[in-house]
Design a protein around this ligand. Structure first.
Ligand SMILES: Nc1ncnc2c1ncn2[C@@H]1O[C@H](COP(=O)(O)OP(=O)(O)O)[C@@H](O)[C@H]1O
Ligand SMILES: [Mg+2]
Length: 365
């Protein structure tokens, strides 16, 4: 079986690394000639909207998926005429638009922060009245790692936020004074079978994920059930195939849905060592149409992103049960270059090992 993947970043690289033991082969499409997959799989360098590229790409592929959620929906629809595309172009379309995402959540009874669409300054003033302050103004499309959003703390900041972001479709949402951030990753097979990973606790700084702890500590059965049900409902509504991640804020016993990603997710990297089946393998099993693997956690894991710079391998590997994953990217400030997962039988031991990563280059935890 040969899998086509749109996007050739680290997520694609980890998909290929998970797929080779299953006998899968890969062809990637990415506009950049230098990408994390170049040294390990067939790479077509081309634009996602180049019709000549899109005409040739599916040749010999059994299924097409993506690892980058900003692939143009038209490209996914175009390719779907030649080979099955999973998750569906419809799922991609919803996930690309924060307004569509929040509307979908709300229609399923999954609570988002209060929100309002903003297309003009008048809309923004009205939205501030409805949603209240503080609030976060976000571009509906193309935001990532905290880019494309501004917090409005007082009425005096409304004009500056409009100046900073106005001109493209926006959404204003209430600022959530959350206790913590959690994410729920699920996978749904072509036959509708679903597997759910445990809730993960995430720490962001400056909008970038720094640390994930899995399973998240102090999760009641009821909270886990609520998150799992939410992801299951979204997947069922979209007739979804593949891995889906939903990010939540927790406030009291309540979960507030933030956003979703129609792909393998940074907060699921720990599953490579810390779950019975990794999110990468399960995504592939799903899109190819094979049975899913069990998603339970084994022991306690923590995943630390390496941002901007990387330590030398021996410094990481000196920490017992630390696993290093480098993505083959050139160092640049704020860029995700790799991650480290530490694994332990108990949460206390995991935390002890994690503390030993503190202060290493790129480990900003
Ligand atoms: N409404 C909000 N209230 C409080 N914090 C928020 C809100 N929206 C975003 N954030 C913070 O910014 C981070 C990035 O925002 P998010 O909407 O997930 O965008 P991105 O696509 O960049 O991940 C979140 O993980 C959270 O830490
Ligand atoms: Mg996010």
């Amino acid at each position: 079986m040969k899998v086509g993947v749109l996007g050739g970043g680290q997520l694609g690289r980890m998909l290929a690394l998970a797929g080779y033991p299953l006998g899968l082969r890969f062809r990637f499409l990415d506009p950049a000639p230098e990408s994390p997959v170049e040294e390990l799989a067939e790479l077509v360098v081309g634009r996602f909207d180049d019709l000549a590229v899109l005409a040739q790409f599916p040749d010999g592929l059994d299924v097409i998926t993506y690892e980058f959620e900003n692939v143009p929906v038209e490209a996914a629809r175009h390719l779907a005429r030649s080979a099955p595309v999973h998750p569906s172009p419809r799922a991609l379309e919803v996930s690309q638009d924060r307004l569509a995402e929040k509307t979908l959540f709300a229609s399923l009874g999954i609570t988002p922060a209060p929100f309002a669409a903003v297309d003009s300054f008048a809309d923004l003033e009205k939205a501030v009245g409805e949603v209240g302050l503080p609030a976060v103004l976000k571009t509906r499309r193309l935001g990532y790692d905290g880019k494309g959003q501004m917090t409005i703390r007082s009425a005096a900041e409304v004009v500056a936020a409009w100046r900073g972001l106005g001109g493209v479709p926006l959404v204003l949402e209430g600022f959530v004074a959350f206790e913590r951030e959690l994410s729920q990753i699920g996978v749904r097979g072509r036959d509708g079978d679903v597997a759910l990973y445990p809730l993960v606790q995430n720490h962001h700084e400056g909008g970038i994920l720094r640390l994930s702890i899995a399973p998240a500590p102090d999760v009641s059965d009821q909270l886990q059930e609520q998150a799992g049900t939410a992801v299951r409902m979204v997947m069922e509504r979209l007739d979804y195939v593949g891995v889906l991640a939903v990010e939540f804020f927790q406030k009291g016993g309540e979960l507030i849905a933030n956003e979703m990603a129609p792909r393998v997710h940074n907060s699921g990297h720990w599953t490579i060592e810390g779950a019975r089946t990794s999110q990468f393998e399960n995504h592939l099993r799903a899109v190819v149409g094979w049975p899913l693997g069990p998603a339970e956690a084994v022991g306690h894991s923590a995943m630390v992103n390496l941002i901007g710079e990387v330590p030398t391998p021996p410094r990481v590997l000196a920490v017992p049960a630390a696993h290093l994953h480098l993505y083959g990217k050139k160092p640049r400030a704020g860029r995700k270059l790799g991650h480290v997962t530490v694994w332990a039988a108990t949460a206390a031991e995991r935390d002890e090992k994690m503390a030993r990563l503190r202060g290493l280059p790129g480990c900003l935890v």
